[in-house]
Each structure stands twice: as C-alpha cells, then as structure tokens.
Design a protein around this ligand. Structure first.
Ligand SMILES: [Fe+2]
Ligand SMILES: [Fe+2]
Length: 269
C-alpha cells in the first residue's frame, strides 16, 4: 500500500509596500514553525510602495524563504523588473526565474508565467494567470492553462489567478478542478470566505486578500482614494499604514497525486 504523504503549502496574498513586507518578515518564521510549511508562494506585485516589485525587494522576499513570487497587473510598474527578467536568459536557475508574470501576456513579453522546481524530492509547478474581465485584454487564461498543463510534469501545481471578477475566478476553479492542486485568487485585496476543496481535489479561494495595511482603500491612504472618487483629479497614491494584516492560505495536498486535502485561511495582525 502506498503511504499518502502530505505536503503543506503556504500562499501569501498581495504583499503591499513596507507594511506588508514587514509583517511577512515578522510573522513568517512563526507560521512556518507552527504549521510545518514546506513550500511558500507569495504574490509580490505591490511590494514596492504598492506599485510593482524591484529586483532587490524580490530578493529580500526570497531571503525570507519564499520559494516563488507571483505578480499581476502591477508587474511592470517598476521598470527594473524588466532587466531582471532579461537576466534569466542563460541563467535559468537564478532567483529572477522564480519571479513570475502572468503567463497569458503576449508571448514576446519579458519573463515567464510558469515555474517548475523541486522541494526536497517533490516536483512542483507554479502558474500565474491574469483575468480578462474588467482588466486589460490578454490571451485567454483558460486555454493558456490548458497549454501549460500539457508540459508540466509535476503533480503539485499551484495557480495564482490574478483577476477582478468573482465569476471568472470561480469558473477557472471549476475548469481546472482535478487538474491542479489549487486555484488561488489574488488582486482584489479583499479576502473572501469561500475556501473549499472542489470535488476532484483542487483547493480553491476567490481571493486570499492583501498582506498590508487595511486602514485604507485596498492598501492606499483612504483620504487620497476618497478624494479621487469625489473630484477625479490626478493624485499620487501613498500606502496606508494602519491595521496591517497578513492574509494567506494553507493548503495540504498529497505529494504523490497533487490532490488537495484541505485549505485553510490565515489572517494575522
Ligand atoms: Fe495587488
Ligand atoms: Fe493586481
């Protein structure tokens, strides 16, 4: 009889600015210790004061033992990330290769939307996709997932679906049920309470929520955003500072089949 060994994975929602980076630094070692986490994935698209991620911030997150960083629509906000992605050529194993941009961007864009690695003896893959509803138009994320899954060898496969519309996110969860370990929603910065393991073994949540300051509007100082809604004038957004929380999910999966057994929300302040 084959023994079922569980792998525990932590997925951290959009890390927003210094408050988000600081709470990850402060709380991640305790989470890893208390929950026996083996693989850590984080969405880092808002790491640089809410807008994008720089190479040095990515490497700061890697030093905290985060294995793979996903992104989304903010990926190009800091131009240095383009050079970082271009370093990947000829150095496919460097840290830059472990920062992803959505896979359904035009194929000639810098960077990659799929990472395949090993954690101990367990092969795993991370796929980053972006939605098309109320967002910039890109290639079809559903068919992009189909194409990528044809080439992935690992059974443990995590998908970060960075999307706005709940309907599009839930649909991708059903579409990939049984083919991936988890479909994890990011981007709205508002955690949802619908975490579940779908019938064929895919863990799903519509949005993990932001890791950053909640005393604001999705990470930004509330006065600035309210003012923007009142008068529509250009305004420079600055990160909020209060009520900082870490939003994440823990996923247990069978390391041989990649099927999820459990998904649990974590919220730390
Ligand atoms: Fe975000
Ligand atoms: Fe986003």
């Amino acid at each position: 009889m084959k023994v079922c060994l569980l792998m525990r994975i932590l997925f951290i929602g959009d890390i927003f600015g210094r408050p988000g980076r600081t709470i990850v630094k402060d709380r991640l070692p305790g989470i890893v210790r208390d929950h026996g986490v083996e693989l850590i994935i984080a969405n880092g698209e808002n790491s640089a004061a809410g807008f994008g991620i720089t190479p040095s911030l990515a490497e700061e997150l890697f030093e905290l033992n985060i294995d793979v960083i996903t992104t989304g629509n903010h990926v190009w906000d800091k131009r240095e990330i383009i050079d970082y992605f271009q370093m990947i050529e000829g150095n496919g194993r460097g840290p830059a290769r472990r920062v992803l941009r959505p896979a359904n961007y035009p194929s000639d864009m810098p960077g990659w939307g799929l990472y395949e690695g090993m954690k101990g003896k367990i092969p795993y893959a991370v796929i980053n996709l972006q939605g098309r509803v109320f967002m910039a138009s890109n290639d079809d994320p559903f068919r992009t997932a189909d194409q990528l899954l044809k080439q992935v060898q690992a059974k443990v496969i995590l998908v970060d679906f960075h999307a706005e519309a709940t309907s599009e996110k839930i649909s991708l969860g059903w579409y990939l049920d049984g083919r991936v370990t988890a479909v994890i929603g990011t981007h709205t910065h508002v955690p949802t309470a619908d975490e579940t393991v779908l019938p064929n073994g895919t863990a799903y949540i519509t949005d993990v929520g932001m890791t950053g300051p909640y005393d604001g509007v999705i990470g930004v100082k509330k006065e600035l955003v309210v003012q923007k809604f009142l008068n529509g004038m250009p305004v420079r957004f600055e990160p909020a500072t209060g009520d900082v929380r870490l939003s994440a999910v823990l996923i247990d999966c069978d390391e041989n089949t990649g099927k999820a057994r459990k998904i649990e929300r974590l919220r730390l302040s």
